[in-house]
Design a protein around this ligand. Structure first.
Ligand SMILES: NC(=O)c1ccc[n+]([C@@H]2O[C@H](COP(=O)([O-])OP(=O)(O)OC[C@H]3O[C@@H](n4cnc5c(N)ncnc54)[C@H](OP(=O)(O)O)[C@@H]3O)[C@@H](O)[C@H]2O)c1
Length: 268
């Protein structure tokens, strides 16, 4: 396949390039360089003309939309308007779209794992932009798949979540539950989904172990030979999601890519 990855310089962008041997990879970059062997377009995803021109040049079989920001004045314009631009551009050209979404579009108060049909109910401003992005992408391109994922780690470099875990000054929520996913597993899944145009709508794609941010940080520290009991934690403040465990049974049945849990990965 020819794949076009927005956010090619990002953490998942690099993992996709590392995973997708045999595929041609192009995509957008901003300030962070693209992985070697890929073709980069210096394009802001909010720029409709530039996104369209890049797609016309690269002529991909599928677009994987990872570009986003968290926090800051551009959060809504990049995450919502940018997603709409990419979805319209892909739909206008009949190109398959895999859109990256998040588990924090939910409040996490259902008392059970979240399923694809559960309605989004974000608690944070960032979560609200990702929920709105899902809506605008679906309106522009009903055939797009919306990949809801969780904390990404275990790529070629430590992710920001792992770097924070290794910082002794940090504290971690013991009651915010997530399903961390290895970058390579997530990349394999999204590349597989790029070639599955019949799969549309929300799909939960995350690691099989649900755990608190504190337990994740302790496992990261222990895997590097540190003292897990030295990692401190406490409850999350009001306004943050609680249990965002994603029920990934649909993805497990659909995909060849195995989505491993943290204990399995870090025990190696
Ligand atoms: N990371 C996680 O733990 C996590 C958890 C749940 C969901 N997700 C979702 O997974 C996706 C990928 O996450 P990631 O960790 O790979 O993110 P990342 O490392 O922060 O990469 C995001 C990329 O988007 C690019 N970007 C930002 N604004 C842009 C714009 N206006 N135009 C074009 N490119 C722009 C950035 O470029 P520059 O670096 O050059 O600024 C960066 O390369 C996101 O959609 C996110 O919502 C991530």
């Amino acid at each position: 396949m020819r794949l076009f990855v927005t956010g090619l310089g990002g953490y998942l962008g690099h993992a996709i390039a590392a995973t997708a041997a045999g595929h041609e990879i192009a995509g957008t970059i901003r300030s962070t360089p693209a992985p070697p062997g890929t073709r980069a377009f210096g394009v802001d995803v909010r720029d409709e003309a530039a996104v369209g021109a890049a797609l016309d040049d690269a002529r991909p079989d599928a677009v994987i939309h990872t570009a986003y920001v968290q926090g800051g004045d551009d959060e809504r314009s990049v995450n919502v308007d940018g997603a709409a631009v990419v979805a319209r551009a892909a739909a206008a050209r009949g190109v398959r779209l895999v859109h990256l979404s998040s588990d924090v579009i939910f409040t996490g108060d259902l008392g059970r794992a979240l399923r694809e049909e559960d309605p989004p109910a974000p608690m944070t401003a960032y979560g609200a932009t990702k929920a709105e992005a899902e809506a605008v992408v679906t309106a522009a391109d009903p055939g797009a798949v919306l990949v809801r994922t969780s904390l990404i780690y275990g790529g070629a470099e430590p992710s920001n979540h792992e770097r924070r875990a290794l910082d002794p000054a940090m504290r971690f929520y013991d009651d915010e539950i997530r399903c961390p996913v290895v970058a390579g597993d997530l990349a394999g899944a999204v590349v597989e989904l790029a070639g599955m145009p019949a799969v549309s709508g929300p799909l939960n794609v995350a690691g099989t172990d649900a755990m608190s941010r504190l337990e994740f940080a302790r496992l990261v520290v222990a895997a590097r030979g540190g003292d897990p009991d030295a990692v401190r934690g406490g409850p999350h403040p009001p306004g943050r999601p609680g249990d965002c465990t994603l029920d990934c049974s649909r993805a497990a049945a659909l995909l060849r890519t195995r989505l491993r849990g943290v204990r399995d990965v870090l025990a190696r």
